[in-house]
Design a protein around this ligand. Sequence first.
Ligand code: PBG
Length: 342
Amino acid sequence: MIAAGQENAAQKGSPMELKNRPRRNRKNEWIRDLVAETSLRAEHLIYPVFVHAGKGQETALKSLPGQSRWSPDMLTEKIGQWKNLGLRHFALFPAIEDRLKDPLGKESLNDNGLMAETLKRLKDAHPDVVLIADVALDPYSSDGHDGVVRHGQILNDESVELLAEMAVAQARWGADWVAPSDMMDGRVAAIRGALDDKGFVDTSILAYSAKYASAFYGPFREALASAPKSGDKKTYQMDPRNSKEALREVLLDIEEGADMVMVKPGLPYLDIVAKIKAHSSVPVAAYNVSGEYAMIKFAGLAGALNEEAAMMEMLLGFRRAGADAILTYFAVDAAKLLRARS
Ligand code: PBG
């Protein structure tokens, strides 16, 4: 590597008359580091992890190479390792057995269920990590929708009641944040009210505020076997053609009490991240979703691009667009790389 300050050799011939040579601010690594407008650190990352019932089990996910579903005991062990890389935030996604699913997702309230066991175990073993629990019906619902389905319709108000109960249960089991990902109207206010009622005034809400109906969730739904049994999610998740609507959703969620708002997916929606960042009074998260991870992972495996470099460039892109926090399946890989570089 050429050391800083060693590239100032005079050029041959008479120079062009250029007052501005922006390249001067890029001429070596030191100046590039000095003027860098964006930073990426492990503290910015939230790692979404999958959990399933059992003991001593890891199930590798075909659609997300490098990612697994873990039994709660194994996840507890792994989080100990990931914590040492500087990762502090984990978003938990349970894969519920089919036999436990029903139209109202009752398993989501089970004090002896998978989510309860996982949160309690993790809090017990790692009181110093931040646990984020997803609030939506789909992993528990026999219909695979985020709300209650009746006569082919996803019912808003009835769903919100269940979601508020779910959030309270998760807080009781040890969730530091609850993250409604359902896109029902009025759910943030209902969840805030229910949490406060039960004394959980310090439990934070990370609202999936601008969540689009997206093909990029494919690998995630396969990981949890949570795809909708019929229809799609377009009556509640947002239309990819819209941008102003994202702002409307975000402002409503902030008014209702969200502590952080989220844009999801991330990569095809960086314009939305930038816009929300400019207008939001609370921090903004972006979800680098399963399909975005899979794109880079599979392209890397096929030798089409340098996976590590593409990963870092993408994550920096999220930060540059305005994301304070990034949910990404690359969290461990990126944290390792950041550690090696520092
Ligand atoms: C479900 C939920 C989904 C994701 C997070 N929570 C899928 C969906 O809405 O269908 C997707 C995450 C990913 O693709 O990585 N409420």
